[in-house]
Ligand binder design. Structure first.
Ligand SMILES: [Zn+2]
Ligand SMILES: [Zn+2]
Length: 225
């Protein structure tokens, strides 16, 4: 398999399939299940923002092939293992367990930086147009945020631990599923309630619940802006 197939076409197709497939699944909920179980404030779905979001995400993701292309020499510099044999090993499993922990730290810190007054307006305000988000809004960000926050959250962990390439693909799928579900906006998903409280109240719930409790940024009904 050539480098373009391995490092560009395959991950591009996989991530697009997972992002749009799962967003499509949640769209069915938004069409046929809402307002039942929607997080309060999100019962009425703004369909014109929904359409705007779909177009914006498509436009943003159209730059992904360039990013993946630029990353090829970086993966090679790290000497990443591209063998299928290396996938099924305790080492890959251990590294796969480390990826979400590292990603939480990268996301929490970069997200807090996005909320600094100096960056908020031009970098992060777009993502907060959704107060109670829908799944598709997971990647509704400015280009700067996509480049400086979202991509590092995905790419830094596998680069740091130098995981087997197919292990990295599993990580990309798991991370995409997690971020899309967090934006679904339904009360039966605890992680979505946690992240929606960030969209609603801004200065709380920047990342995963354990990092928010460590950083004392967990939202509770007593803490209001
Ligand atoms: Zn969000
Ligand atoms: Zn935010």
């Amino acid at each position: 398999m050539g480098d373009l197939q391995t490092f560009l076409i395959n991950p591009l197709l996989t991530s697009a399939l997972v992002y749009w497939g799962l967003s499509g699944f949640w769209l069915l909920f938004d069409l046929f299940w809402a307002p039942k179980d929607r997080i309060p404030g999100g019962e009425i779905i703004d369909w014109s923002l929904y359409r705007k979001t779909a177009l914006h995400v498509l436009k943003l993701q159209s730059t992904t092939p360039i990013v993946l292309y630029v990353m090829i020499p970086v993966w090679k510099y790290r000497g990443i293992d591209t063998s299928w044999d290396g996938l099924v090993s305790l080492e890959t499993l251990f590294k796969l367990l480390l990826c979400p922990l590292l990603s939480d730290v990268v996301f929490y810190l970069s997200h807090r930086i996005c909320h600094l007054k100096v960056f908020y307006k031009h970098v992060h305000k777009k993502h907060h147009e959704w107060v109670v988000p829908c799944a598709l809004a997971a990647a509704y960000t400015s280009f700067y945020e996509y480049l400086l926050c979202n991509l590092p959250t995905f790419l830094v962990p596998p680069l740091l631990v130098n995981i087997n390439w197919y292990g990295a693909q599993i990580w990309f799928v798991l991370a995409t599923v997690s971020i899309v579900n967090d934006h679904s906006g339904y009360t039966f998903l605890k992680s979505s309630v946690h992240h929606t409280n960030h969209h609603k109240y801004q200065n709380y719930n920047y990342g995963s619940s354990h990092l928010d409790s460590l950083g004392q940024t967990t939202w509770s009904p007593k803490k209001r802006n």
